[in-house]
Design a protein around this ligand. Structure first.
Ligand code: CP3
Length: 351
């Protein structure tokens, strides 16, 4: 399908543009009253993810409010471990919990390699429903958790502050962790290829916990498995869709990420966007990196914040405006409008 709004795809090829593409991590989510209403109708977050009508509806909600240049699949990164039998639950106030986390090597060996994709059919149904609603208007981003970030939740059983259990496994049982990452990498390859078949245009790996690792472990475990995923997509499935890596807290590893053959890199808010854009110099696209808590400032403060952070990059080829992490539930939707309008104004002034 030939997408009408090419801006995001052009930025991923580092082509010059009159303004950067704009989309926002967690653009569909709890800061929107209409999202809360639809989630209530679905009964729970996972019910929402499993209902193609409602999930595609919430994916459309931010597109109706704002001039965004990409849609993102509405789902979660923890769908793969759930489909592998760990039984995902979202406990109110506690976030994700697995009823059957990995406790021993034997649990890793026992993880299924066949029949996982079939259990994820509900995700591909959401992609198809989104494509039906969006038509050719906008590109759709498909995604997965990175193998390491999935492993973090599977070994820990839930989100924790520093994933000390998962990190301990790395030092105590590196071979077992590699086996887990290899098994996950193959699932991620097939999962992303199936999303591509269902109609997504760009793929993103969320490596939220890559930044918990020292440099060598980041390369040997997290980045190595993401590189395998990219290679698998290209070699096993013949796919040439652009792939973006978002390793939170890893901007000192940009060179290694580029070597992994990705087309775009996401930055969290701690990176200096000017410095990284200069370093990357058009080899891959760079996405980010507004601090999501900045949008909790008074709405009239948003414009000067955006101006001070992004004035040098809005016209740089390969720049994609986004946050450094997901939109927070407490965000005022008007502040999001203000941020987007300011990016438009900044780029127009530099015309
Ligand atoms: O960005 C989007 O709009 C697309 C949808 C999306 C969700 N989760 C929906 C969601 C995406 C891309 C994710 C990725 C995801 N999920 C990550 C990686 C990015 C990141 O945030 O670091 C991670 C680590 C998860 C796991 C996860 N899902 C956690 C830890 C939580 C609970 C914490 C929280 O933010 O609420 C979720 C729940 C979740 N995923 C919600 C949404 C909209 C909120 C659920 C609700 O409505 O109650």
């Amino acid at each position: 399908m030939s997408i009408i709004n090419q801006r995001f795809l052009q930025a991923l090829r580092c082509e010059p543009l009159d303004r950067p593409p704009i989309w926002l991590m967690r653009q569909a989510g709890r800061y929107l009253p209409e999202y809360l209403q639809t989630r209530a109708a679905a009964g729970s977050f996972m019910n929402l993810c499993r209902n193609a009508d409602l999930a595609s509806e919430v994916a459309m909600q931010p597109l109706r409010r704002y001039q965004l240049d990409a849609a993102i699949l509405f789902s979660d990164i923890l769908t793969i471990p759930d489909a592998m039998g760990l039984e995902l639950e979202f406990v109110a106030g506690e976030g994700p919990v697995f009823n059957k986390p990995i406790r021993t090597d034997r649990d890793i060996h026992a993880l299924p390699e066949q029949g996982v994709l079939e259990k994820l059919d509900y995700v591909f149904a959401v992609v198809r429903a989104m494509r039906e609603k969006i038509g050719a208007q906008l590109p759709i981003i498909g995604f997965s958790g990175s193998p390491w970030t999935l492993a973090c939740y599977m070994l820990e059983g839930q989100g924790t502050r520093d994933f000390a259990t998962a990190r301990r496994w790395l030092w105590q049982r590196p071979d077992a962790v590699q086996l887990l990452l290899d098994k996950l990498s193959q699932q991620v390859i097939d999962y992303l290829a199936a999303q591509a078949d269902a109609g997504v245009d760009v793929l993103m790996l969320f490596d939220t916990w890559g930044g918990l690792l020292d440099e060598q472990n980041y390369r040997d475990f997290s980045l190595r498995s993401m590189r395998k995923v990219i290679q698998g997509l290209r070699q096993q499935h013949g796919l040439d869709l652009p792939v973006m890596l978002f390793s939170k807290g890893c901007h000192s590893q940009v060179e290694a990420m580029i070597e992994a053959d990705c087309q775009g890199i996401g930055l969290d808010w701690r990176a200096n966007i000017d410095t990284v854009m200069a370093q990357v110099n058009g080899r891959v696209a760079v996405q980010g990196n507004l601090d999501p808590t900045s949008l909790l400032a008074d709405t009239d403060k948003i414009e000067p914040i955006i101006r001070s952070r992004f004035q040098n990059v809005v016209r740089k080829p390969g720049y994609i405006f986004n946050l450094g992490h997901g939109l927070l539930p407490a965000t005022n939707p008007d502040s999001v409008s203000q941020a987007i309008a300011t990016v438009h104004a900044l780029a127009a002034e530099q015309g």
